[in-house]
Each structure stands twice: as C-alpha cells, then as structure tokens.
Design a protein around this ligand. Sequence first.
Ligand SMILES: Nc1ncnc2c1ncn2[C@@H]1O[C@H](COP(=O)(O)OP(=O)(O)O)[C@@H](O)[C@H]1O
Ligand SMILES: [Mg+2]
Length: 468
Amino acid sequence: MASLAAAQVQEVRSITRIERIGAHSHIRGLGLDDALEPRAVSQGMVGQKMARKAAGVILQMIREGKIAGRAVLLAGQPGTGKTAIAMGLAQALGPDTPFTSMAGSEIYSLEMSKTEALTQAIRKSIGIRIKEESEIIEGEVVEVVVERAAGGGGARTGRLTLKTTDMETNYDMGTKMIDSLLKEKVQAGDVITIDKATGKINKLGRSFARARDYDATGQQARFVQCPEGELQKRKEVVHTVTLHEVDVINSRTHGFLALFSGDTGEIKSEIREQINSKVAEWREEGKAEMIPGVLFIDEAHMLDIECFSFLNRALESESAPVVIMATNRGITRIRGTNYKSPHGIPLDLLDRMIIVPTAPYSAQELKEILNIRCEEEDCQMSNDALTVLTRVATETSLRYAIQLITTASLVAKRRKATEVSMEDVKKVYSLFLDEHRSEQFLKEYQDEFMFSDVSGSGDGPQLMEVSQ
Ligand SMILES: Nc1ncnc2c1ncn2[C@@H]1O[C@H](COP(=O)(O)OP(=O)(O)O)[C@@H](O)[C@H]1O
Ligand SMILES: [Mg+2]
C-alpha cells in the first residue's frame, strides 16, 4: 500500500517537473513572515537575514508605489546570494509588478546605444494599469428572427429578443449585427453579451433553463445562470502593460510584432514624449494608474561612466522604477575613466543609493542551501556525503559545491545507486577542479600552455583588466 502511494507521488512529481532547473529555481520568495522578519529556512531561502530583511522593507516600499527612483545596491562577495535575493524579491512582488532583470554588460549591444538600452530597461520596469469602461448588453436570447426584406436584393432585417430574470426587450438589428449573430451561431437559450460600442458578441454559455435540451446541444455546452437585473450594464476591463510595450506598439517603424521577436530597435524620443503626455492625461482622468516596478542590474560594475550619469538623471524622473544593482567588486576603476571608486560606481551615484551588504555563509547555512539544492535536483544524498560537500563549500565556494551535486548524482546513477554516497562526492571532487586547484595546476604546468602570463614568483592570481 505504502509503496503504491510512493509510486503515485513519484509520478505526480515527474509530471510537474517539466520545467528546467536553474541556478535560482529553488527560490520562491524572500521567506519573510508578516512582520517582515526572516524565517530561518523558508521559500528556498536560508540565512543572510539582514539582507533579506532589508529586501523586505524595499518590497514594502515598492508595493506602496509612492516612492519613485530609489536605488539600492547589493554588495558582497561572490556566491553570497545577491542574485538570489533579487530573484526572491521578484517572486514576492508577484506577476503584476514589472520586474526587469539585466546584466550590466547587456548594454554593450551593437544594435542600440547604451542610453537607449537603459531607457528601454527603465520603461520595461514601469507598468500602467489601464481601466476601460464599456457598456454591454447581457441577457438570455429568447428569440432571433431574421427576415429577407420584400423585393429581395439581399437586404435583411432582424429582431433579437433578450431577457434577464427581471425584464425582456426587443432589439432591431442591422446587417452587421445579423452577420455576427449568425457567425456565432447564436440561438434561443444562449446567454450572450454584446459590446455596445463595438458590436462584438460573446457567448457566455447556455441558460440553465435549457439544461433539458442537453442532448441537442452536445457535450461542450457550458451552462450559466440567466442574468439578473437590467439588460444594459457597465463593465470595467483592466489591462496591465508596461510603458515599453506602449512605446513599441505606437512606434510605426516596428509594429507590435517586434515585442515577440525582441527586435525593437531604437524608439524615437518624440514617440516617448507623446506617450508620456497621453499617460499623464489618462492618469488625470482616472483611466490609468502607474505601477512602478523594479529594474535589477546585476554585475553593475560593468556599466560605464556614461551609464552611471544617465541613471543619475533618470532616477529623478517621476516615472522612474526602483533600481536595484548588485556587485561583488571592492574599490576598483570606474569603467570609462581612470578613477577608482568603491564598487566601481561613481560617488555621486553611490550617494543616492542605500547599500545592503551580504556576508559569507556559516557552515550550517551552507549545508542547508546544499540540502535545498539536492531536493531541487531530485538528488538523494546520504548524510555524510552532505557533510563532505558542506566541507567542500566552506573550503572552495558554494557554487562549486552546487555543481558537484549534479555530477555526483550522475556518478551515483552510473553505479545504479539511489543515493549519492561520500565516495561519489569524493570522486567528482577529484574529477573536477575548483578554481584554486585549477590555478595550482596551471602554475605547475605553465610552460606547456600557450600565452601563459603568470609570473613564476607565485604571488597569487593575476587578474588582468584589458584597457579600453
Ligand atoms: N540565502 C540563500 N538561500 C538559498 N539559496 C541561496 C542563498 N544564497 C545563495 N543561494 C544560491 O547559491 C548560488 C549562488 O548565489 P548567487 O545569488 O548567485 O550569488 P551572488 O549573486 O551573490 O554571486 C545560487 O544558486 C543561489 O540560488
Ligand atoms: Mg550574482
């Protein structure tokens, strides 16, 4: 019995697991409680409590939507969960708040200027909720009568009788209306809506009163209640789009299909100005609402001085999103200049930012993260194997240890074991080098490699930055 249940669970899992597993796919939120206090392990998140709490405050700020153009910098060593926290924030915000994620280096594309790339990213991070009120007629069809007018000539007249539980009305129909009724195969007993402005007909289903005609209507029929009250109603329709989508749809040179191909090119500034004033008008009339979202720029030290100064200015605009940047650099050269600055970000921009530091994990936290990753990759691992792997993570890096989960699980599968053992982990540890051992290896055999640039003195790795 128990094994049967287990088999079923397995099956359900394999069906829901069609999605691919990515570096951050185990992250499902920030793991905070209602008071924004971080739970120890929740929603795939472990430790890094201060930074998660800070992200929770930022989350609240974004949700309230009042503050535009704030910038946040996540700063810390590689593998301390900066990207993970940004992804958690995106999940916590939900699908209705725009969240754009890009790497600093993405702006160096040949197709558009750096400022255009940044402008598009900013406008992708601002949503507008457009409310449209339309008048509709909603009722159950009592009768449809279509007659050819005497004298022929193809002219037709038609009459439609609709009812609700409270009233019944006759409508005269024009040719266009008759055509669309015939096209939709509307017949007595259908519950329909007609948009008064466009004449669009929508079939909601069959009235329950007609349920006994079931055989005649076929199996697909959906039964609904006969509507109540007035036949004429006002209905509110809400669309949420980003400013960038509005730009693309309105830029004649590209057309909205460009949204799907991703090839939107540069958008003229006149178009953006027109759209800005249109949106402002809608907001004034109460037709549209702005939803400020988040622009996340990972590896922000890859931006150059022009981008930083552009961002400085863009943050001041009323329609600016909250900008979150992440970097793992210390004091380094600002791209495009010969000046050095903390995180490679100019001081005037740093001055506007609130900085959230991330710190290295404790062994216990590393173990917990590795455990979550094992679950995410559907990998059974014995307890001592996990202990060894945690040891590897403390001595090398968390990312390297995460890589070993996948490889060790494959090795275990080769020997038809269901569980990864300590030996499997040791084996892949010797098969695949981490950064430190790889460097040792290079030093040992430097003469046999091409273009070796390491000075023999052994004074640590040399990172050469190519000057522009
Ligand atoms: N607090 C955490 N909880 C769960 N997983 C984490 C946490 N911090 C990092 N990770 C995972 O560890 C890996 C490396 O972290 P990442 O966010 O890419 O580091 P960074 O961006 O700071 O260099 C990723 O797979 C990430 O999802
Ligand atoms: Mg990262």
